[in-house]
Design a protein around this ligand. Structure first.
Ligand code: C5P
Length: 244
């Protein structure tokens, strides 16, 4: 029963070194579904860290948030497909052509070379951005309008889903329907520290709100017993999934 919940738990490997990443993968493999490799770890370790996780039997979310001209993003995504990642992301602000060209290139390389197609995800508006941040760069629309608009563009461009705040799940579901993946960070068990996250939901609340995957880092990594913390989160997710 918990397998369905484990598949939906993404652990943020926010560490600096290959050795630390390897240690976490060893400890948490089997307890979380996917390991998220972000800009810090990828900049220090490069694709070897992705290969290490894959060789250990773990799945990878390559969280590099590509935003560039269509061909460059498409070619970077092709290489992510060759690494065998389960999820990879771009910034939806790069536009529909960037995402459509990327989706087509990913589908082609996976078909021709026999890789499983990763979930192609986009970030709509960073959760660190406010309406004032958008006005600063010439976008006069509020975040609450831009998020569903960019999610719809993501879907229409052939992508599978978005990364979003748990608070945005309802808006995105309304714009994109049930068959669209929503990955949410900003999740905190009721007993955990908020760290620098501000608008959080518990794992159960996020699943009940309609999130498909949860990204969780410090509530597991900084717990006295990380394996037990991961197991408790999975149990809470499993209970919430039963009610959906
Ligand atoms: O430790 P914590 O659970 O806050 O980790 C959440 C992870 O999700 C971090 O890697 C963070 O960079 C990422 N993230 C986030 N909020 C976003 C997008 C990504 O916390 N809006």
């Amino acid at each position: 029963m918990n397998d369905a919940a484990i598949k939906r738990l993404i652990f943020a490997l926010d560490v600096q070194t290959f050795a630390e990443a390897q240690e976490w993968v060893k400890r948490l493999r089997g307890q979380v579904g996917v390991f998220k490799v972000g800009k810090q770890l990828f900049t220090t370790c490069g694709p070897d860290v992705v290969r290490m996780i894959r060789a250990s039997g773990g799945e990878v979310f390559l969280d590099l948030k590509y935003h560039d001209i269509p061909n460059t993003v498409a070619m970077a995504t092709v290489e992510a497909c060759r690494l065998g990642v389960r999820m990879v992301n771009v910034h939806a602000l790069g536009g529909g052509e960037m995402m459509a060209v990327t989706a087509a290139a990913a589908a082609q390389v996976c078909r021709e070379e026999g890789h499983p197609l990763p979930l192609l995800l986009a970030v709509t508006i960073l959760t660190s951005s406010t309406d004032a941040t958008l006005r600063e760069i010439g976008i006069e629309r509020p975040v609450t309008e831009m998020v569903p608009r960019l999610a719809k563009l993501t879907k229409d461009s052939g992508f599978a889903g978005v990364v979003a705040s748990p608070q945005e799940v309802g808006l995105i579901r309304a714009a994109c329907g049930p068959d669209f993946a929503i990955v949410t960070p900003g999740v905190r068990p009721a007993t955990a520290s908020l760290d620098d996250q501000k608008r959080v939901m518990t794992p159960g609340e996020a699943i009940r709100a309609g999130a498909d995957y949860l990204v969780i880092g410090r509530p597991i990594a900084a717990a006295a017993d990380p394996e037990a913390a991961a197991a408790a989160i999975v149990a809470e997710m499993a209970t919430a999934l039963k009610g959906r």
